[in-house]
Design a binder for this molecule. Structure first.
Ligand SMILES: O=P(O)(O)OC[C@@H](O)[C@@H](O)c1c[nH]c2ccccc12
Length: 258
């Protein structure tokens, strides 16, 4: 069992319980009240220089507690003021100490598009994500077979959301490209063993078709890391831990992408 298997098993149970206590009518009403999605991929594509997806992240299974004075709306405002293009908010409770309410509060504090960072196992979660306001969802290729991946993607696109399709190797990229989304994330951290290797992004960027928006994810710390990525043609970045550890999040964000 890898950590990803453990997470997905837990997630399926969690989703079953959430489904059982949520009526379809209630979900539909919340989606109708949510307002239009903000355009996640478009916000990345609109940036001329480094485009940052800044992550609101309290803790992780590999690092434990990252941000003791965790304050989602304050971090969201600091990220926006510092020049981030988009936000990512962890909502998984059991492994990442996240919460749906963190996404709701962070999104309400800014005008940036927000991706719900969670583990999708069922198309129902696409609707649930839209109901809490998400503008995009994450689809982890290594966590799902092709059939469920396409079904969850279809449900998300139907609701006007974007899908960030996450891969970590060549085989995963090939599977990702069978989907409709052309927003690809390369996770430099292998969720099966937590090992980080930023050169994964260099390799996979070279293989991705030119019409893909390509995002390097995880393990990025400094402006020099981003400039090295840019030299390989990578201009979009998903960063959590290194920003969440800063006292002054806004200044740290500006130093990265300003
Ligand atoms: O905190 P980091 O190393 O900057 O990484 C952020 C982000 O890439 C990471 O949180 C992440 C990428 N893919 C995920 C999937 C699930 C949970 C978390 C993630």
């Amino acid at each position: 069992m890898t950590i990803l298997d453990t997470i997905m098993t837990h997630k399926r149970g969690e989703v079953a319980a959430r489904k059982a206590r949520t009526s379809d009518a209630d979900l539909a009403a919340r989606i109708a009240a949510a307002g239009a999605p903000r355009g996640f991929r478009a916000a990345l594509d609109a940036r001329a220089g480094h485009a940052l997806i800044a992550e609101v992240k309290k803790a992780s299974p590999s690092k434990g507690l990252i941000r003791p004075d965790f304050d989602p709306p304050a971090h969201a405002r600091a990220y926006q003021a510092g020049g981030a293009a988009c936000l990512s908010v962890l909502t998984d409770e059991h492994f990442f100490q996240g919460a749906d309410d963190y996404l709701v509060a962070a999104r309400a504090a800014v005008t940036l598009p927000v991706i719900r960072k969670d583990f999708m196992a069922d198309p129902w979660q696409a609707a649930e994500s839209r109901a809490i306001g998400a503008d995009a969802i994450l689809l982890i290729v290594a966590a799902l077979d092709d059939g469920p991946l396409a079904e969850i993607e279809a449900a998300a696109l139907e609701l006007g959301m974007d899908c960030l399709v996450e891969v970590h190797d060549e085989a995963g990229l090939e599977r990702a490209l069978r989907l409709r989304s052309r927003l690809i994330g390369c996770n430099n951290r292998d969720l099966r063993d937590f090992s980080v290797d930023v050169s994964r992004s260099y390799r996979l960027k070279a293989l991705a078709p030119a019409d893909c928006t390509f995002v390097a994810e995880s393990g990025l710390n400094s402006r020099a890391d981003l400039d090295a990525m840019a030299a390989h043609g990578v201009h979009c970045f998903l960063i959590g831990e290194s920003l969440m550890r800063q006292d002054d999040v806004e200044t740290a964000t500006r130093a990265l992408v300003g």
